[in-house]
Design a binder for this molecule. Structure first.
Ligand code: SAM
Length: 276
């Protein structure tokens, strides 16, 4: 007899305030046989709170490949499984992508139970343009690599969204000032939905100074948002021109590379490559 496969539920959980767990999320966590959790110890109190008696399986970045196979086998046997992260929406800077892909490839139905997501919560209160945005997750931990990544985003006109930790928030803001300039509009959203929630909004230079000056503003969890570059801005065109010139110079004589980079980006050719 053919067994009807189970469904994989991708369930968002609170990012601080436990009342943000939706009734539907609670119901799914109560009814599934198995919950795949990033850290089972972390998720146990939440499961207890909703009266879930589901078995828990750990699914984290180091075991996701093997666990995905195991979970897909359970789904094929007809079990429903819920995937949760420590906080927020699974797969957003969190494990789960391999499991979801494997389930889809196996023809398993995958359904979202939407809810909290720190990046979207921060965007919703930042007061920065929100029609188009770029989610960049965590930047590299080392400053040189971080600046290189930021440099690649210098001409981006959409609002930028980053995750950041308490160890690096001050240095990360310094790097943003160095690459984007101190005048860009930015927002630091800290401890959203928790007791010490703060949303600071100011030009980048001022924000960096405020975070440096107050140790409390370096505690907790952060989302940093930076307004997009003004596409018409001469500095932005020059930054983009330099980036494109550097790429083309590997393939073409410098004068030709500068001419093309200037035509593509609108940067002045002479500023890219002497008088050539
Ligand atoms: N999947 C999660 C989500 O949907 O929000 C994000 C997980 S990621 C591993 C954790 C990062 O999210 C933190 O380092 C911080 O940047 C951000 N974050 C999580 N909770 C937050 C909160 N309450 N306030 C501000 N940022 C938060």
């Amino acid at each position: 007899m053919d067994v009807k496969p189970g469904r994989l539920w991708v369930v968002a959980t609170p990012i601080g305030n436990l009342d943000d767990l939706s009734p539907r999320a609670a119901e799914v966590l109560r009814t599934v046989a198995t919950v795949a959790a990033e850290d089972t110890r972390h998720s146990t109190p939440l499961l207890a709170r909703v009266g879930s008696r589901a078995r828990t399986l750990a699914l984290h970045e180091h075991n996701e490949r093997e666990q995905a196979e195991r979970i897909v086998a359970l789904l094929r046997e007809g079990q429903d499984v819920a995937l949760v992260a420590d906080a927020g929406t699974p797969l957003v800077s969190d494990p789960g992508f391999r499991l979801v892909r494997a389930a889809r490839e196996a023809g398993i139905e995958v359904s979202p139970v939407p809810g909290p997501c720190a990046a979207i919560a921060a965007l919703s209160v930042a007061g920065l343009p929100s029609d188009r945005f770029v989610f960049e997750g965590f930047l590299p931990a080392k400053s040189a690599a971080r600046r290189e990544r930021l440099q690649a985003l210098a001409a981006e006109t959409r609002t930028l969204i980053f995750h950041e930790s308490s160890h690096r928030i001050a240095d990360m803001l310094d790097d943003c000032v160095a690459v984007f300039g101190g005048a860009r509009a930015a927002v630091v959203a800290r401890e959203l939905t928790k007791l010490f929630e703060t949303v600071l909004s100011a030009p980048l230079g001022e924000l960096a100074a405020r975070v440096h000056a107050d140790a409390n503003q370096q505690r907790g969890e952060f989302v940093v948002l930076v307004g997009g570059a003004d596409g018409a801005d001469a500095d932005v065109r020059l930054a983009e021109g330099r980036r494109v010139f550097a790429l083309l110079r590997d393939e073409l004589p410098p004068a030709r590379a500068a001419k093309l980079a200037a035509a593509i980006t609108g940067a002045p050719r002479k500023a890219l490559y002497g008088e050539g």
